[in-house]
Design a protein around this ligand. Sequence first.
Ligand code: SF4
Length: 319
Amino acid sequence: MRPTGQLHLGNYLGALENWVKLQDTFECFYFVANWHVLTTNPGDTQAVPGDTIEMGADWLGAGLDPERSTLFIQSLVPEHAELHLLFSMATPVGWLERVPTYKEMVEQLGIESPSYGLLGYPLLQSADILMYKAQWVPVGADQVPHIELTREVARRFNHTWKPVFPEPQARLTQIPKVPGTDGRKMSKSYGNAIYLSDTSEEVTAKVKPMVTDPARKRRSDPGNPDVCPVFDLHRIFTPEADREACATGCRTAGIGCLDCKAVLLKHMLPPLAKIRERRQRFVEKPAQIVEILHEGTKRARRIAGQTMAEVRGAIKLEP
Ligand code: SF4
């Protein structure tokens, strides 16, 4: 995950919640992808250290467990850069130019002269994944082409030098629709986000004025939950019986939107409070977050060192 500061509900439900669950079944590696920040904003690093702490607090608050998972900082494992360089020698440029997110980023951000690092960032991701000989990579559907590329890179390496890398598989995460308070997709840049750090009062203050079915102008107008962003949150947080009662009440104008939001808040606030309270305990001790990430980095480096010994042995450059 790129360190972009405090995480919001969309980040949590789209990835982090699943990461926490995966710890029960797998040996997991999660890292702060701080080199990846440089691919689009190379000069803008001022906020990265602080954002790393905030994100670390969110990870730990959400329940990532440093005893069970390896949590580390990418830039403190220089082996990733070495593996990226070696992969770059055997990867045709065309493979990278075809990656859909590259074209999208260049177009959306209006980048006139994309950097070598931006073109190569999916290859750096391949190094990030293959370094730990990952079997599975939890991703959303938009990231599947990156895993495909990683599989091709592993095959190319194994064929060019020696079989070192297994081919990882994408483990698709079902990402629920998480609307922001204005009904658009929840995003920091839209200013419509609910953060994991928000207090119950702040969450309440954001949910109460939240956009609803635009056709429901008066209390007596029936509404349609299927087009209402508040109901998307009900689908995530509210148990079926209460959710169905809200849907019926909405369609028959039996309840008002504020009643409906009160039911949502009843179910939404307790799980968020649990995360926030645990998060807060870490925020008060930022040195502890740094220590956890450094300890995880040591563990990651031990494995990276083993992989790189195999890689160097396969390529054999030195006398
Ligand atoms: S009653 Fe609930 S679901 Fe219906 S429009 Fe209002 S907030 Fe949305």
